[in-house]
Design a protein around this ligand. Structure first.
Ligand code: ISL
Length: 564
């Protein structure tokens, strides 16, 4: 049985108690936003913390339980804040630490946790550490970065092909080359250096003390150790992650370390640590990419295979599933042929492709705004064995603005209402941090205000879906397995705890069908109760389980004792 261990008996209460029921991240509903594009409270065209605070009741109403804030630290913002110049501060355009603490206070009052980005792989070239390091070989920060007299022959791949020429750049002042996996304005920190590890732990401890519930750890696989090694296998920074995790847990026992580890599951596994003493949650990039391949093929097989490949993980560890995020929708784990299938289906224009591997699009535009497909996709996301992560605006079906350069096409301002600035700001639209999409995905057609009171809107659907998911914690912390059916277009997942049992069915094509799952529900005395579906279906008896599904149909069925 894949997934998590069975529950353990609790002698005190005489009933099985899931060891995971107090592990909050397993059933979190995570919502990623960038303060600068969420809501502008002072009319300067840039989102800010007072603006985010003003929208907390909206987020509470949506039902999210954890906010992941993209970088808001002082930064020249050459990489949208993933180039930090002060890890202990708030960029003045968004507010100050007082506003940040107010956010934590008001979010906490609404039962919403906050995690922030922890960018530990590199700093901005403008960071004082790097400026000190380049000025003198005697600087105490010199070996906080990775220097060579000549460029090494590793790493041998570029993260941003076409936008990045190399991974080693010569610095005149320093008289040496420095390593940068990303842009040359993002010099890699050296995790081999004790000072770096101590400072990164100190940074995490600082924000934890302020009240954050954990971190989204940026670009983890790129954290490398100095020295000649054959493969990333040897680079893996497990000692650094163990130390960071241990330090943070001593500061905040239930702290989350959610790692961006875009690797196949068998390689990802090691980032949890054998005993779960490193990262406790990882984004599932493989399932994400196989979802798009399944959607392109109208066949659940690639997704079934990806889910079956999720290695068992430590008891308190979990997966974070997503459909969209702030980066290109990378398909780098697919074969060239599979990637071409996905691009042909969802990004037919070369301008939609980025770095030869990903799509700079949001899901609604990929599927032509088809509401049936969107509802199937988000229902499926929330039925996956872990925590769902939403990128801001997904709940209302926001599209991208391809007129914005690169990955930022998917990072246009949140669309609160109609009008030229979309209710994001009172500033003139020409002064907004980024332009809103034109046309059918613009704010006059897609906005919170237009959907908040409209029966059957996507926003209403997402609010209900999140409410139903929160009432099914066995999805995030029960044992689970992928169930075959006699129709490959259907994804069937079976969840169980000693107290509950749930079957979910998702039809990844537009044709109606009937399928028979290969699952034994333990004979008579049971019945199936529909807890979520695209429409009301005739009751299905558990002993001759034939499940009817509309095109793009979905059904979540609880298996409960029959009253008679
Ligand atoms: O594989 C990817 C994710 O889809 C890469 O494209 C991605 O850039 C890489 O995983 C690291 O991404 C993170 O670090 C970058 C930053 O530009 C990205 O926005 C961030 O998600 C450097 O900090």
């Amino acid at each position: 049985m894949e997934g998590y261990p069975e529950a353990v008996e609790s002698s005190e209460r005489g009933v099985p108690v899931l060891i995971n029921d107090e592990v909050w991240w397993k059933n979190a509903v995570i919502y990623c936003l960038d303060v600068e594009t969420f809501f502008d409270s002072d009319g300067d065209g840039v989102g800010d913390f007072p603006g985010l605070i003003a929208k907390l009741d909206y987020l509470a109403g949506l039902g999210v339980t954890c906010l992941w804030l993209m970088p808001f630290f002082p930064s020249p913002s050459r990489d949208d804040g993933y180039d930090v110049t002060d890890y202990y501060g708030v960029s003045a355009e968004f507010g100050n630490l007082g506003h940040f603490v107010e956010l934590l206070q008001h979010a906490g009052e609404r039962g919403i946790r906050v995690i922030t980005d922890l960018v530990i792989n590199h700093t901005s070239i403008d960071h004082p550490w790097f400026q000190s390091a380049r000025r003198s070989r005697d600087s105490r920060h010199r070996d906080w970065y990775v220097w060579r007299d000549e460029p090494a022959d590793w790493p041998n791949s570029l993260v941003f092909p076409g936008k990045q020429e190399t991974t080693w750049t010569y610095d005149e002042a320093a008289g040496q080359y420095y390593l940068h996996h990303f842009y040359s304005h993002q010099p890699d920190l050296n995790p081999h250096c004790p000072g770096v590890r101590e400072e990164m732990a100190r940074i995490a401890g600082f924000w934890a003390r302020l009240g954050v519930s954990g971190f989204r750890v940026d670009a983890v696989p790129y954290l490398i150790y100095e020295g000649e090694v054959e493969s990333y296998e040897e680079f893996m920074p497990h000692e650094f992650l163990r130390q960071l995790s241990g330090y943070l847990r001593r500061r905040r026992g239930d702290a989350l370390l959610l790692g961006e580890v875009n690797l196949p599951p068998d390689q990802q596994r090691r980032y949890f640590g054998d005993s779960g003493d490193q990262l406790n949650m990882l984004f599932q990039f493989t399932v994400n990419q196989r979802f798009y391949l399944s959607l392109a093929r109208r066949d659940a097989a690639p997704l079934r295979e990806a889910l079956r490949g999720l290695a068992p993980i430590p008891p308190e560890a979990s997966w974070a599933f997503f459909l969209t995020n702030h980066d290109e929708r990378t398909m780098d784990q697919l074969s060239e042929f599979e990637r071409r299938e996905v691009f042909d289906a969802f990004a037919p224009d070369p301008d939609m492709i980025l770095f030869e591997r990903g799509m700079r699009r949001r899901l609604p535009t990929m599927v032509g705004g088809d509401q049936a497909i969107l509802r199937l996709a988000y229902t499926l996301l929330f039925a996956l064995p872990g925590a769902p992560v939403l990128f801001y605006g997904e709940e209302i079906g926001m599209g991208e603005n391809l007129e914005i350069e690169g990955r930022r096409a998917v990072r246009s301002p949140m669309q609160w209402s109609g009008g030229a600035a979309g209710g994001f700001s009172t500033a003139d639209p020409s002064r907004l941090i980024r332009p809103l999409p034109p046309g059918e995905y613009g704010p006059d057609r897609v906005s919170v205000a237009a959907q908040q009171n409209r029966e059957g809107s996507l926003l209403e659907f997402m609010e209900r879906l999140i409410r139903i998911r929160k009432q099914a914690p066995l999805i995030g912390s029960g044992s689970w397995e992928v169930v075959d059916t006699d129709d490959t277009r259907v994804l069937c997942l079976h969840y169980r705890t000693p107290e509950e049992e749930l079957l979910t069915f998702h039809n990844l094509c537009g044709e109606e069908l009937r399928c028979r799952p290969d699952v034994d529900l333990g004979g008579s005395g049971k019945r199936l109760v529909e807890v979520w579906r695209n429409r009301r279906y005739p009751e299905t008896a558990p002993d001759e389980l034939t499940v009817e599904l509309d095109g793009w149909g979905y059904r979540w069925l609880r298996v409960v004792p029959s009253p008679d």
